[in-house]
Design a binder for this molecule. Structure first.
Ligand code: IPE
Ligand code: IPE
Ligand code: MG
Ligand code: MG
Length: 304
């Protein structure tokens, strides 16, 4: 971990310790740091250490969203560790999520109102996106645009807001950085949906091959449904929302391979990333645009 990323981690720990709440400290101690993508982006965008508490705020928000998400998805593994809901139950996970959200909002009041509004509004949209994800799990969704719009809300918007807020602090063109963050965020979630299919639990540090069973018709499944016809298509739809046997998972993996679905989905993620990259081509700081390009490319080929 870089020096500045370590400072962010220390700031997160400080903010939780400052709550002065024993239960919160106990739950927090069970949680690992993640990849810290949002902080990495913000640290690249803003060279001043002013951005560090803002990174910590964003990470607290992200963590709160994961605490709630793991309750919603009934997930028992996250960052290679048992989730708070698995260890202490849904009620503790929901309330700890609320504690982290409200602590983050409290800390936000110390920033420029522009930053506070962008970030608070992003959390609003994120929650609306998670609610849409829940609503969409009732039936198979074939609509790619609807799916991408939900992804922007549940995942893209916080990454967009992170880039805007850090850009504002750095005095850079925060609108362009927002366009970049939005594209990167959507592409990031598409890659997450691919990894659910291509990687295993040990690599991901969270449950694998669970999306379709959880009622998520992610982009790979939308594309596969278009490629299949007749009985094979019926078979795909019959597996939606149900826990698949090893044989059924094998069948799905064969079909994804036969129709080169994952390659197509990756191409979509690449196209979306490139749209965002064109927005920052002419940003008035070449070091920033070069490192953001690198992060955007690395995330496409990541394994977890
Ligand atoms: C997980 O986010 C949820 C999504 C938005 C895909 P991350 O993949 O950033 O999670 P951590 O923080 O690295 O664990
Ligand atoms: C991630 O939801 C989005 C948020 C937490 C807001 P998912 O359910 O798609 O992500 P994972 O796979 O659990 O990380
Ligand atoms: Mg989940
Ligand atoms: Mg979810």
């Amino acid at each position: 971990v870089s020096d500045r990323l370590k400072k962010v981690q220390d700031k997160i720990a400080d903010m939780v310790a400052n709550l002065g709440d024993e239960n919160s400290s106990k739950l927090f101690a069970t949680i690992e740091h993640g990849k810290m993508l949002r902080s990495k982006l913000m640290l690249k965008i803003c060279g001043s250490d002013e951005v560090i508490p803002l990174c910590a705020v964003i990470e607290l928000i992200h963590l709160a969203s994961l605490l709630h998400d793991d309750v919603i998805d009934n997930a028992d593994l996250r960052r290679k560790k048992p989730t708070v809901n698995a260890l202490y139950g849904d009620r503790s996970a929901v309330m700890f999520g609320d504690i982290l959200y409200s602590k983050a909002f409290y800390e936000l009041t110390f920033f420029d109102p522009f930053i506070a509004r962008v970030v608070a509004s992003a959390v609003n949209t994120l929650s609306i996106g998670e609610l849409e994800d829940v609503a969409m799990s009732a039936i198979f969704n074939y609509d790619e645009a609807k799916y991408l719009s939900m992804l922007y809300k549940k995942t893209g918007v916080l990454i967009e807001a992170s880039c805007i807020a850090a850009g504002f602090l750095a005095g850079l063109d925060h609108e362009k950085l927002g366009v970049f963050g939005k594209s990167l965020g959507v592409a990031f979630q598409i890659v997450d949906d691919i990894l659910d299919i291509t990687e295993d639990e040990a690599t991901l540090g969270k449950p694998a091959f669970g999306d379709f069973a959880e009622g998520k018709s992610t982009l790979p499944y939308i594309y596969l449904s278009r490629a299949l016809q007749g009985e094979t298509r019926d078979k795909l739809l019959s597996l939606f929302g149900k826990k698949c046997s090893a044989e059924e998972i094998g069948w799905l993996k064969d079909k994804f391979a036969e129709f080169e679905t994952i390659t197509q989905v990756k191409a979509t993620a690449m196209d979306i990333t490139n749209e965002g990259l064109s927005a920052i081509k002419h940003i008035d700081n070449e070091v920033v645009s070069a490192t953001l390009l690198e992060i955007a490319k690395l995330q496409i080929s990541r394994k977890f």
